[in-house]
Design a protein around this ligand. Sequence first.
Ligand code: PLP
Length: 423
Amino acid sequence: MEELINGFTGFAKKNIMQAPRFSQRAEAPTGDHLNFDPDELAEIEPQDRRWSWLEIDLNAIRNNVRVSKNQIGYGCRLCAVVKADAYGHGAVRVAKTALNSGAEYLAVATVDEGIQLREAMINAPILLLCQPPRTAIPLCLGYKIMPSIYTPEFAIEYGETAHAYGVTAPFHLAINTGMNRIGVRYDQVVEFLRSVSFHAQLDLVGTFTHFATADCPETFDFEIQARRFVEAVNTMQASGFDPGIVHCSNSAALLRYPNVHFDMARLGISLYGFHPCDETRGFYNLQPAMSVHARITDTRTLALNDGVSYGLHYRGTGGNHICTLPLGYADGFNRLLSGKTNVIFEGRLHPQVGNICMDQCMFEYLPPRREVLPRLPQIGDEVLLVGKQGNAEITIDQLAKECGTIPHEIAINFSHRMPRRFV
Ligand SMILES: *Cc1c(COP(=O)(O)O)cnc(C)c1O
């Protein structure tokens, strides 16, 4: 080994001595060369800077809103859940599209997500699906982001701060009916409201709970939660508290349980075209909005036993056509998918091979069986990693199954290094 390295060093040195020096060959520019104009450089499109991108089909979003509106019927509001950058689809564009096609309300998970929508001139009511730190109260009031409230301390400080600013303090009451994540316990709601209701600024705009098992085949636990929620709302009304907008359905409940729609349904995963569970498949025409695209950046043909990617776990049988794509697990193309997913090229599936790297991955082009001289893929050719072309389809559901997770996580993980193109 040492000999090999020593030998190599000597070889490299000799070559460097003989190599022409680049500085002697390159001519310095002499006057009529191009200047770099930052404004012109800024016009180079994202997909011309990097050959991998996401496409978001806003028509699919429109379709999914319409399907959901039909399901909940007239008089029930639709709240588009656009948290986590609209499940990775781009919060501002999705929110505007959803509002233009029938949604009346928006929901986010953090104060900053709400501020991003306001800064994009979105005026619809925004519900924050949590109770933020008390230090964030001025932001909630300033940007009109309604918090979910479940502690008296927060409620009182929220009311007092609103009073100081001379505004009202709208909020939704979160009730815990069994998921045990956030909320006032379902049988302590009236007690809670009595402890804060002296505050004139506080304005109870809505009352909600969240289901733990709306997407599970078993319906028993769901029914218990639904019953506790109805009881809590009835008790509120009987004690003189107006619950405002009553809501509890997520996507799964919206599609499966028409009797719990009440005044509003919160549409998350199916807004983006994914089925929350197998039970809803086949009944609703949801269209996935996200597809993942890349262009080939390099190609080669393997000799027998040549390996591919870190670990060289994939080995060639001789003559394999390997193509490289410029996206990897840093872009959200999960490394657990290595060797377990396909790409679509010219309407047919080809296997991804070798470990998925941080920024790149490889696939093997399989020529059509009957073709004698197939056109081999070239640098710059487009492939699909998620989407549908001809009879070939790769879904985020399939990727989620391979990774042992749910489609939410796969979609959200496509990072901001991937440009989003709205079509
Ligand atoms: C995320 C979330 C939703 C949306 O759920 P989906 O299953 O994606 O429809 C609804 N309500 C609350 C409280 C949530 O946190």
